[in-house]
Design a protein around this ligand. Structure first.
Ligand code: PTJ
Length: 250
């Protein structure tokens, strides 16, 4: 690990980079995970490295949706596990949600490492392990089509941070509500999901927990109202406007 001074103006961003680089060396991440992280960093930089108003509105709608879910499932890939394992476990606990590993670049070794990371963070049960039962999500091929019969396959709401576009599309097509966290508002996942949170997942998961604590006293009708008022396309446009404003300013 490189020594990074807390006084460095980009301290938090550099710490996350180090974490990712280290996790890659340990074989938890695919090499392309670092490229994906870099793309996320670029959008985060433009968005001011803070949770924007549109992101907060999406977090509120996502929280209401998760609270109303019958079977909520959190789908975890390498980047999510490395950046937010503990918060993911906390969120799953709060919601009684299941955690399922789904890797785009799936190898048995990486699945074991991601599972270890989640268990170390306090997860009791993790689905999607090597040797676990699985059914294919219709319209997808290969390892990322895997869905656990008691997990993603059964879920009515799936939280899929940093998902790949095809999978988000297939999950939506199979009738599930898909909540994604993606810093790139133009990605296919962002454009396809039912609710798109354009923000860094390291900030989003704690905010989802906080928002859920606030909304959990609400009635079903009040939660449904929150969801009804949310328009995902309009919200994505608001994030894109913030990006455009950034370039007009400079
Ligand atoms: O662990 P695996 O094998 O499942 O692989 C995971 C990655 C992320 C490598 C894989 O799914 C992939 O290649 O993803 P993409 O298609 O590059 O998409 C990643 C998206 O996540 C991009 O749109 C990035 O802008 C966004 N992103 C990256 N880091 C963050 C992020 N969004 C939110 N928070 C982040 N920290």
């Amino acid at each position: 690990m490189h020594e990074i001074s807390p006084n460095h103006p980009r301290y938090h961003s550099l710490i996350l980079r180090e974490k990712m680089a280290q996790a890659f060396k340990e074989g938890i991440l695919a090499d392309t995970a670092l490229i994906a992280h870099g793309r996320g960093e670029a959008f985060d930089y433009i968005l001011g490295e803070k949770t924007t108003l549109p992101a907060m509105k999406a977090i509120e709608a996502a929280s209401a949706t998760l609270l109303l879910a019958k079977i909520p499932v959190i789908s975890v890939n390498g980047n999510t596990a490395v950046l937010a394992a503990e918060d993911v476990v906390k969120l799953a606990h709060l919601l009684s949600a299941r955690i399922e590993i789904n890797l785009f670049y799936r190898t048995p070794q990486r699945v074991v490492k991601v599972e270890e990371l989640l268990k170390k963070a306090g997860a009791k049960e993790v689905l999607g392990k090597e040797g676990d039962e699985h059914v294919s999500v219709e319209g997808l091929e290969g390892p990322r089509s895997r869905a656990h019969p008691q997990g993603v396959h059964q879920a009515d709401v799936v939280l899929v941070p940093l998902e790949d576009g095809d999978r988000a599309q297939a999950l939506v097509a199979s009738g599930k509500k898909v909540i994604t966290i993606d810093l790139n508002p133009l990605s296919r996942t962002a454009q396809t999901a039912s609710i798109t949170i354009v923000d860094n997942l390291v900030r989003v998961i704690p905010l989802l927990i906080q928002e859920m604590e606030k909304l959990k006293e609400c009635s079903r009708e009040e939660l449904e109202e929150v969801i009804k008022e949310f328009d995902n396309n309009k919200n994505i446009s608001e994030s894109l406007n913030l990006i455009a404003q950034h370039f007009k300013k400079s």
